[in-house]
Design a protein around this ligand. Structure first.
Ligand code: ADP
Ligand code: ASP
Ligand code: MG
Length: 474
């Protein structure tokens, strides 16, 4: 088949696709199949479990008592086992990869020591966790070369620019597009069968510090690159996953969950934001902005007709409710004022304080009382928010009571048209109530695509299943 020069498929392989010899063989066969009809750009995550290990390494390195040599050895072993499994010892790629691994492990060791000398900081955290993707990208590229491809690799700090919100950096799309055009685009033009593996998850700030895009950020890396190349190619993105696509509930919670074949970016964003952790929520935003089509496909069955296509179109059908999602670990903050401090000004002060400190507000609740504000934040931000409020000139004053509840979950029903469908709220209340699940707060998303209930964490799994039966199984 003649290769179509105008088509580019950006493929993102997550940790579940980078586990053992069989998974690398699978990548190889997917690449062979697709390259007959399209150019391919591969975005690579860290190998399975590696980002968690690197975070553990960072945290342990921060506390002086710990000796992290065991962890470093574990990180080395996880990689070398894979290298020995997938690369032939007699080939050049093997020795190149082992050498690269050893050099980088040595660097990591030094960084661990450095943290003990200087203060721990978010930029060192990002630098350390980025080694997962750096190593896996080099390895995949060498593996593909050993399988007969002309494969090259490129580290993403050379082409993806971000702001300096370390740990959850935001891409600077325009600046990135310029770099991608200068550096990546010529590489893609060079040769039809040329493969390029780019590291996912991280980029760099304007002053050249490594910055990560938040957990699950490789999905976003793929979106950023496709966005930057959209004017040169007909771009499509395929996210290869360990599920068939977007399901109408988290398969780990609901055994009945089934595939959504077609979904709009608007709805998919809502799903991802409210806990369907299958794609990074921002990657959907970037895909939507670029007018890019994307697919989620099952890595173990690459030829299957069962997959999800995500486009700009909202599909009209009779099912108003597309999916049930949940965020298991959240915290809820209630600010109460006995005196009547005008709430409009209070809310403005509150949200700018949180915004300036990069706190993500997951929901704002409609409150029955006029003098309190309730909002949800990520569990990990609890301590920071509590500190910010208690130390703020305004909220730290004695007329506010601050209540923090870190034992809550959010369940949401998602679908276009929820707002205009009568009876949804009532059905949520009765189905949860009939099952003895107490609703602590409700929130209607601004986007009119979701209805959200806040409940005790112990009820989270049960609530998803109850709502699934009420709205989807029927
Ligand atoms: P990757 O390996 O690409 O990083 P992830 O592990 O981040 O993939 O995403 C896939 C996982 O998302 C699945 O294994 C599944 O358990 C989980 N998941 C949660 N909610 C959903 C949903 N609604 N649809 C599909 N998968 C979901
Ligand atoms: N390796 C990173 C993580 O585990 C990024 C990713 O896999 O998308 O969060
Ligand atoms: Mg992920």
């Amino acid at each position: 088949m003649e290769s179509n020069k105008n088509s580019l498929t950006v493929m993102k392989f997550g940790g579940s696709c980078l586990q053992n010899k069989d998974s690398y063989l699978q990548i190889n066969s997917i690449v062979y199949k697709y390259m007959k009809s399209t150019k391919i750009l591969i975005v690579v995550s860290a190998i399975q479990g590696m980002t968690n290990k690197l975070i553990e390494f960072y945290e342990k390195s921060c506390s002086e008592e710990n000796n992290c040599d065991d962890l470093i050895e574990e990180i080395y072993n996880m990689h070398i086992l894979l290298v020995n499994d997938i690369l032939d010892k007699n080939r050049m790629e093997y020795s190149e990869t082992v050498e690269f691994l050893q050099t980088n492990i040595e660097e990591l060791k030094q960084l661990g020591r450095l943290i003990r000398l200087i203060r721990p900081s978010a930029d060192i955290y990002d630098l350390i966790v980025s080694y997962g993707e750096k190593l896996s990208t080099f390895l995949l590229s060498k593996y593909l070369t050993s399988q007969g491809h002309k494969s090259n690799y490129l580290f993403s700090d050379k082409i993806i620019l971000t702001n300096d919100n370390f740990g959850r950096a935001l891409p600077l799309l325009e600046e990135t597009e310029i770099l991608v055009n200068e550096i990546l685009y010529p590489l893609l033009l060079k040769d039809n069968n040329n493969l390029i593996c780019v590291s996912g998850y991280y980029g760099a700030t304007k002053d050249n510090k490594i910055s990560t895009l938040g957990r699950g950020g490789s999905d976003l890396s793929a979106a950023i690159l496709a966005y930057a190349l959209r004017n040169h190619f007909q771009c499509k993105i395929i996210y290869w996953k360990d599920v068939k696509g977007f399901l109408n509930a988290d398969p780990r919670i609901s055994k009945k969950s089934s595939l959504i074949r077609k979904i709009s970016y608007k709805e998919a964003k809502e799903l991802a934001f409210f806990g369907a952790k299958v794609l990074h929520p921002l990657c959907l935003d970037v895909n939507e902005k670029g007018g890019l089509q994307s697919e989620i496909r099952f890595f173990n069955e690459p030829d299957s007709e069962d997959f999800t296509t995500i486009t700009n179109e909202i599909t009209k059908n009779d099912d108003v409710i597309k999916a049930i999602t949940s965020i298991e670990k959240l915290s809820m903050v209630t600010l109460e004022s006995d005196t009547m401090v005008p709430l409009s000004g209070t809310a403005a002060k509150l949200f700018s304080l949180l915004g300036e400190n990069n706190i993500n507000i997951v929901f704002i609740s409609q409150s029955s009382s006029e003098n309190n504000i309730t909002f949800g934040i990520e569990y990990e931000d609890s301590k920071k928010v509590s500190f910010l409020l208690r130390n703020s000139d305004f909220f730290g004053e004695k007329w506010f009571k601050i209540k923090l509840d870190s034992d809550i979950s959010l369940v949401a029903i998602i679908g276009a048209g929820i707002l205009y469908t009568p009876g949804i709220a009532g059905k949520v209340f009765t189905s949860l109530g009939d099952n003895n699940i107490n609703i602590l707060a409700i929130a209607q998303g601004s986007s009119e695509l979701n209805f959200t209930a806040i409940i005790d964490r112990k009820n989270c799994e049960k609530a998803v299943n109850v709502l699934y039966d009420a709205f989807i199984t029927q």
